[in-house]
Design a protein around this ligand. Sequence first.
Ligand SMILES: [Zn+2]
Length: 226
Amino acid sequence: MSAAKKRSASKPSRRSRRKESGARFQNLTAALAEIGRSFYQRGWVFGTSGNFSAVVSERPLRLAITPTGLDKGALGAEQFLEIDEAARVLRGDGLPSAETGLHLAIVRTCGAGAVLHTHSLWSTLLSDFFAADGAVALEGFEMLKGLRDVHTHEHREILPILENCQDIAQLAEKVQALLKRDPAVHAFLLRRHGLYTWGQDLAEAKRHVEVLEFLLEILGRSRTGV
Ligand SMILES: [Zn+2]
């Protein structure tokens, strides 16, 4: 076999790569839409808040992401957008989430495969309650074992709190610095705003949201007696 034929036999064509990435985009957006419905029902993304993304391809970087301003409880898979590393829309109609820069910063810095952001009651309340400490500490709970690489309840998980800011580029720089400084963190809070977490894939990111929302509610209820 000639060298050129060998190359074409081992390397998928551009058309088959596009087809593969199209199928992956569809699978991811169906899963993201399901997450939107589920998180809305749990009260974590009311009033068009929250945003979700998943990596469609790493090289070149392509993300499936929620469009801005839509109800996450009623979002169809066909409403998601595909963007590149500069947040340019490559597929779908509308503008990507206003907080797209944070998703890109997390994916670039941690190599995350998916990023999920909620505006839940407990993450909002506790991010303010512990703002002076600069972090929320979660410690001694069995549920912590749901976090990646945590194998015992005797674990102290620190959720750093960043001041909220409408300048997303500036906030993205702070997020990047935070994640470079402490690559072991699984999540962070934006003050009076909500929770950001991520995972190697969408299933892991969803599990992290469920674990952290559960633990934040435990901490919140134990502190407030509600
Ligand atoms: Zn938000």
